[in-house]
Design a protein around this ligand. Structure first.
Ligand code: 9UX
Length: 72
């Protein structure tokens, strides 16, 4: 089973920021894909729910230096 999460990501001011957030999410064990939209401040993440969860995804974004909260 694959789960999908949408996060609101704050603190991104340039395209390199969104790349950094994508890389941080992609490094989390169990993440299949991560796509960050700088303009809408949204991240879409696909992951194996047996391996990780939304709180860990949020923590990865925060540890990378940005803000994150769950949208759905
Ligand atoms: Mo752009 Mo973001 O120069 O942390 S990478 S502002």
């Amino acid at each position: 089973v694959v789960a999908q999460s949408e996060l609101e990501v704050g603190g991104m001011t340039c395209a390199s920021c969104s790349s950094r957030v994508e890389r941080a999410l992609g490094k989390v064990s169990g993440v299949l894909s991560a796509s960050v939209n700088l303009a809408t401040e949204r991240a879409m993440v696909e992951y194996f729910p047996d391996s990780t969860n939304q709180d860990q995804l949020i923590a990865a974004v925060v540890n990378a230096g940005y803000e994150a909260r769950a949208v759905r």
